[in-house]
Design a protein around this ligand. Structure first.
Ligand code: GH3
Ligand code: MG
Ligand code: MG
Ligand code: MG
Length: 302
């Protein structure tokens, strides 16, 4: 995206209980953005979670759930908390304004709205949102390998754990550790070790390449792969991981497992029950990794 395009082609959600208000805002925005609508708070929260708009225009006064309550709900969910919200309302006392800011509003527009003002305010928030998206992405990415870092992994695990618990579907965790990596560094040097980590990370991405697969650098020379699969799917990915690392064919003269770089993998899979318990999944995968090491490395255990 070029710099001049950063304030265009956003996904904008308009929330208002009156159709004529939605139409006015839509007319102001539809030429330069993708516009979505909701006519009540519950629907707005639903769309915000599923379609991830870049900016939300929110009517303060609505029956049932008003704008302040919608704003608060969006702020408390990690999926929607970073979406800027512009309040749109006819009466703005200092109290209303304070209340909206307390609820987490980014900006205000007063009714009756002016189309040029709406466009300008939306462009500003869209720019801020896109810049913060880039920064956020950076804070969750490992600089050496380009996969998620530990923080990104922790967020993904919490999110996927809750999602799988709600859906009643399985979640699998693979912990992957490079075999005799200390000896590799000693033999070939730390820089070669870094290159090896990059190549192994790329191999993991090829083995776990579906959009919902999460690949992360969990620690120094340890990786984690999170899958929305049960045991058979997890085992398939583990086999692919070992195969992709084999294909790298990186010589490792000091390994007792084989004369090439190899990995050991511990797998844990379960259908999550309740919001907590992700720590137990990690502990189980780690115990299986320990077994894979003890059984001779270059293998997976579950
Ligand atoms: P095992 O087969 O039991 O896993 O043996 P190991 O030598 O791989 O295990 P250990 O945990 O003793 O050693 C991990 C090594 O990984 C030690 C450390 O120097 C190296 N390491 C960790 N992070 C990095 C990194 O970012 N770059 C490089 N080059 N090496 C790293
Ligand atoms: Mg209204
Ligand atoms: Mg290790
Ligand atoms: Mg190791």
């Amino acid at each position: 995206m070029s710099w001049t395009d950063i304030a265009r082609n956003g996904r904008i959600l308009i929330v208002d209980d009156a159709m004529e208000n939605i139409q006015v805002l839509n007319q102001a925005l539809e030429a330069e953005h993708d516009v979505l609508f909701a006519m009540n708070g519950a629907r707005a929260i639903d769309i915000a979670h599923n379609q991830r708009p870049d900016v939300i225009l929110l009517d303060a006064m609505m029956p049932d759930m008003d704008g302040y309550a919608v704003c608060q709900a969006l702020r408390t969910s990690s999926v929607t908390s970073n979406i800027p919200i512009i309040f749109v309302t006819s009466l703005f006392s200092p109290e209303d304004e304070t209340r909206a800011l307390d609820a987490g509003a980014a900006d205000f527009i007063t009714k009756p709205v002016n189309a040029a003002v709406v466009r300008a305010r939306v462009r500003t928030q869209l720019t801020v949102k896109r810049q913060s998206d880039v920064l956020r992405e950076l804070t969750l990415t490992d600089g050496l390998t380009g996969v998620s870092n530990r923080r990104g992994f922790d967020e993904a695990l919490e999110r996927e754990w809750r999602r799988s618990a709600r859906a009643g579907t399985p979640l699998s965790l693979l912990l992957i550790d490079i075999d005799f990596f200390k000896r590799y560094n000693d033999e070939y040097g730390h820089q070669a070790g870094d290159t090896c980590l990059q190549e192994v990370a790329a191999a993991m991405r090829r083995a776990a390449a579906r959009p919902q697969d999460v690949v992360a650098r969990y620690g120094g020379e340890e990786f984690a792969v999170l899958l929305t699969d049960g045991p058979p799917g997890a085992e398939t990915v583990a086999r692919k991981l070992i195969e992709q690392v084999d294909l790298l064919a990186i010589p490792h003269a000091k390994s007792d497992a084989k004369p090439f770089v190899s990995v050991s993998i511990g797998i844990a899979a379960q259908v999550p029950e309740g919001p907590d318990g992700a720590g137990e999944l990690i502990r189980r995968a780690d115990a299986q990794l320990y077994r894979a090491k003890a059984q001779g490395r270059n293998r997976y255990c579950m």
